[in-house]
Design a binder for this molecule. Structure first.
Ligand code: IPD
Length: 257
């Protein structure tokens, strides 16, 4: 199976590159934008087309595998994680950036078996940077080994976060409260780049010390979690517990009844 997952990773890289090229072209075109859960939760026709492209290509190659995708899920498909090989896909991470042509947009493809993440691929659609990692085999940026920062002092840290799609008062109060605490620590800085997967890749390369966000979905973090771990970092839940297995409930993925 180890050899088989290595082959799956090669296919994932191929598909992520192909999807990334489609996104790169789509960003120059007129976008047809709609909203999902809130007025700031955006989706475009490109999100749906790219997810369809990724899933149909992978399904052709691996007919017995299962799929969890952001847009399939938005369209009402249940997110079911079983022990079967499962692909976890965000076709366009940073949809709001995509809509505004703000150059932080990625294709994210994670792969889990027995509910454990085996590998992750994240492709930066604007500059073509490719992040990959396979469990036990290290993390790479364009084929070069990457490592997280060694800095442990929050007052010397650059910290990344994302706001998510909710804008109700309670969410905004928590969000700004957290940033206030970090800035008065004082952390060197706090950044919001608009793509959770690329933010996590920047932690993996050591360009930032940490990333936090409430309300992440499994497709925001599946691929990135492997990349972070293989770069020597840790992924923890909101209680500070190590998230070692593919964290089913935490990522809002329902178990099959
Ligand atoms: C979103 C982006 C955003 C983050 C959200 C994600 P999407 O992904 O990464 O920065 O705050 O939590 O869902 O919807 O653009 O694929």
């Amino acid at each position: 199976s180890d050899k088989c997952w290595a082959e799956c990773l090669d296919v994932a890289v191929e598909v992520a590159r192909k999807a990334g090229k489609v996104v790169q072209e789509a960003v120059k075109q007129e976008k047809s934008v709609s909203t999902k859960s809130t007025p700031t939760d955006l989706v475009t026709e490109a999100d749906q087309q790219v997810e369809e492209l990724i899933i149909s290509t992978l399904r052709d190659r691996f007919p017995s595998h299962r799929f969890i995708g952001e847009e399939s899920s938005a369209a009402g498909e249940k997110c079911i994680l079983t022990d079967s090989p499962t692909w976890i896909i965000d076709p366009i991470d940073g949809t709001c950036n995509f809509v505004h042509s703000f150059p932080m947009v990625a294709v994210s493809i994670g792969f889990a078996v027995n509910k454990e993440l085996e590998f992750g691929v994240i492709y930066h659609c604007f500059d073509g940077t490719l992040y990959t990692a396979r469990k036990g085999h290290g993390a790479f940026c364009n084929g070069v080994r990457i490592h997280v920062s060694k800095e442990k002092d929050v007052s010397k840290a650059l910290i990344l976060t994302e706001i998510g799609a909710k804008r109700d008062q309670a969410t905004l109060n928590i969000f700004s409260g957290n940033i206030m605490k970090l800035l008065s620590a004082p952390a060197h800085g706090v950044r919001i780049i608009g793509s959770s997967t690329l933010a996590l890749c920047l932690v993996a390369t050591g360009s930032a010390e940490a990333y936090y966000q409430y309300g992440l979905h499994c497709w925001d973090i599946a691929a990135a979690a492997v990349i972070i771990r293989e770069a020597g970092g840790v992924v923890v839940d909101t209680s500070g517990c190590l998230v070692s297995k593919c964290p089913v409930s935490y990522w809002l993925v329902q178990e099959e009844a």
